[in-house]
Design a protein. Structure first.
Length: 525
């Protein structure tokens, strides 16, 4: 988003770029001493020729507001509605069914940073059909359709883009698994690895240097101001360079891989994993035909690519949906309606709020994501109900639910926790996911098609303490969110994610919430 806000009990300050072109920029703040902050905006003048005067082609907004983060987000949501009016939104075919995403790896046994694991070796979930009984059992436990979302399936090794097909374990096994899922009414998704070109793997013996030279890939990769290669993403996995999306050849490479997945009946392809928000490495190349410095042309190049790619997927007869890691950035929400949101990754910085969901839920229904960062800042085994907390938090943000599965079908803490680690208690996870997803479908006019509003009913309850490796966070034991549907009806949800009942005051009235339960209260219009 193109705004930040700082607030206290005395009021707040809203700082934003009123930029309908949504150009590349930085908006930041810093502590400037007692009761003070400093604000900064950095705009990229990519549309200007060398030596010309650069004038920022949009207003910078600085205004006071009363309230808290809801009120700041409302200012931005009003602006988004005005500037995105008439935008066409890619439809999610399975939206009403609200399948639970079951994420798992087919290589290794947990974290990628474990040097003792051989990532060239598949695990017990290959052949792909081996996962089917686990998927069906979880579908039954959740009383829900399921999307099996596979990680580390690309044949060159985990996250060695841009070439994925054929999958490790063989195309025939993959096709058989896809057919089994679809015949049982479930769905299939795969992870990609974004706009990078892998030159050499650091976790197996993959080396593409011959193809890199033969196909003159260096001509289409992002470059720094002095022509140097741009730094890689995920350097612990590979030596790679970013593809410049302004180059047709780069777009052709990405498009080819997406259309293969579409033809293979994949329902969801998180093609832009590691392109946080679907941004891409800035490029200063003098040989690509774009301006010599980054700017609005980068946003336009990616938007054009997404719209063209989605159109070609539909022309192929597929309804496959594309996604990115994290929340799709402001310019791309209409083309990427289903993304690996990973709310919990923000826990390392402080106490996150549902600001993104408040602004963009009308355009995108994300899923909770693989939560791979959680073990780095949450003391998992000291807070055994933290997974339940995180699922309840996601539900209150209107997100589709997701879990991460081990090879024995157990739900684990997140995608990077070792399979040797004791798993969370399974029954409460099943119960909470089942109850949350049932509420999501029952109240779909709010949680799927509605928009978040500021809660109107106060809840008073005990405090939930989450000890972290960097800081301890404090949340209410009963999580709440409020929603409005297209007819103006309003509702507020209260979730007890704990494994025992809890007594609280809701609207001043003593209320007992059963374990792993959801309470919905209609609000006056």
């Amino acid at each position: 988003m193109q705004f930040i806000a700082s607030y206290s009990q005395k009021g707040g300050v809203y700082f934003a770029a009123d930029d309908i072109g949504r150009a590349t920029k930085v908006i930041d703040f810093a502590n400037a001493g007692k009761d003070k902050i400093s604000l900064r905006i950095e705009a990229m003048c990519g549309s200007y020729q060398n030596g010309a005067e650069c004038v920022i082609p949009f207003d910078v907004v600085l205004r006071p507001f009363d309230g808290n983060w809801y009120d700041a987000c409302q200012i931005y949501r009003n602006w988004v509605k005005k500037t995105m009016s008439g935008e066409s939104v890619v439809k999610i075919p399975w939206l009403d069914e609200s399948p639970v995403t079951v994420i798992y790896v087919v290589r290794g046994a947990g974290p990628l940073n474990d040097k003792t694991l051989d990532y060239s070796q598949t695990n017990a979930l290959i052949p792909y059909e081996n996962a089917y009984p686990h998927i069906m059992r979880l579908s039954k436990e959740f009383d829900s359709k399921v999307m099996a979302l596979i990680m580390r399936w690309d044949h060159n090794g985990p996250w060695q883009p841009p070439y994925y097909w054929p999958p490790v374990g063989g195309a025939e096994s993959f096709r058989k698994f896809v057919d089994m899922l679809h015949k049982s009414g479930n769905y299939i998704g795969v992870y990609g690895s974004g706009t990078m070109y892998s030159k050499k793997s650091k976790v197996n013996d993959f080396d593409s240097s011959v193809d890199y030279a033969k196909n003159n890939i260096a001509k289409i990769t992002t470059r720094g101001p002095k022509g140097q290669s741009r730094m890689s993403i995920c350097e612990q996995l590979r030596d790679s360079e970013g593809l410049c999306i302004s180059c047709k050849k780069a777009r052709d490479i990405m498009e080819e891989q997406a259309l293969i997945c579409a033809r293979e009946n994949v329902d969801f392809f998180q093609l832009f994993d590691q392109n946080m928000g679907c941004t891409w490495l800035i490029c200063y190349s003098k040989e690509h035909g774009h301006p010599r410095v980054p700017g609005q042309w980068q946003t336009e190049a990616m938007r054009g690519f997404l719209k063209d790619l989605n159109a070609k997927i539909r022309l192929s007869g597929s309804s496959m949906v594309l996604g990115t890691e994290g929340a799709a950035a402001d310019p791309y929400v209409c083309d990427l309606p289903f993304n690996d949101l990973r709310d919990a990754s923000a826990l390392r910085f402080g106490k996150p709020v549902h600001g993104y969901q408040y602004v963009f839920h009308a355009y995108t229904n994300n899923f909770y994501g693989n939560q791979c960062e959680v073990p780095t800042f949450v003391k998992l085994e000291e807070v055994p109900d933290n997974l339940l907390f995180r699922l309840a938090y996601a539900f209150n943000g209107g997100e589709m639910l997701s879990v991460v599965m081990r090879q024995n079908g157990q739900i684990c803490w997140g995608a990077s926790t070792p399979w040797t680690m004791k798993a969370p208690e399974q029954a409460p996870v099943f119960k909470l996911v089942k109850n949350l997803n049932a509420a999501r479908k029952k109240y779909s006019n709010f949680l799927i098609y509605g928009e978040m509003i500021k809660p109107e009913i106060e809840v008073s309850c005990r405090t939930y303490v989450m000890p972290g490796k960097r800081r301890t966070l404090y949340y209410p034991e009963v999580l709440t969110s409020a929603w409005r549907d297209s007819d103006g009806n309003k509702i507020q949800f209260f979730v007890n994610f704990k494994t025992e009942k809890t007594t609280c005051k809701i609207g001043g009235k003593d209320t007992v919430l059963p374990p792993c339960s959801v309470l919905a209260i209609n609000l006056p219009r």
